[in-house]
Write a protein that binds this ligand. Sequence first.
Ligand code: DX5
Ligand code: ZN
Length: 217
Amino acid sequence: MIKISPSILSADFAKLGEQIERLNSSDVEMVHIDVMDGSFVPNITFGAPVMKCIRKYTDKIFDVHLMIEEPARYIEDFVKAGADIITVHYEADRHIDRTVNYIKSFGVKAGVALNPGTPVSVLENIINSVDMVLIMTVNPGFGGQKYIEYCSEKVKEVKALSEKRNKELMIQVDGGIDASNIKYVVECGANVIVAGSAVFKNDAIEENVQKLREALK
Ligand code: DX5
Ligand code: ZN
């Protein structure tokens, strides 16, 4: 079963609650929440207080993607604000093993994200402890960028690692995914698909999700 996780980075922030309610009647399993600090990535979005406000609009899984330096400082805040999965960047944390276990100590699932330039081999020692690996298929910071083709090979590598070491692993891809390439990334091994602009464009959330589901057939 392939899960779709719409990224609210591409939503209309002036009517965020309403747009999240529209996801309730769409064929998606998660809500992808992109938190950016203007330091790890060259953009700033929002933090736990905003997330707490939108939590009351849906029961969907809150899939929180922290693009912030030293993310361990904020894990507890995001847990309290209603996170179900928290993903931190390998590149932003000197103690990734400790942080993964810290996230899990709150009873939420832990993910580790890799930028395009970071090799999959850095996951070898922690692959048994993580619930999800996020392969960035664009350089993080902005929605609406073009899919970076060489990242497909990384998704295949994570899939191979998962077959050997962690069969339950969620393999998430994020960046530049739309109806034209969603099936391809799934064939490479992804099972959780983030889509921002492909879901929120033209204020046609429900139809856009349907198009992605159709493209998966
Ligand atoms: C990029 C974010 C993505 C982004 C995806 O830094 O992590 O989640 O919103 O947007 P699209 O699907 O438009 O590439
Ligand atoms: Zn993201």
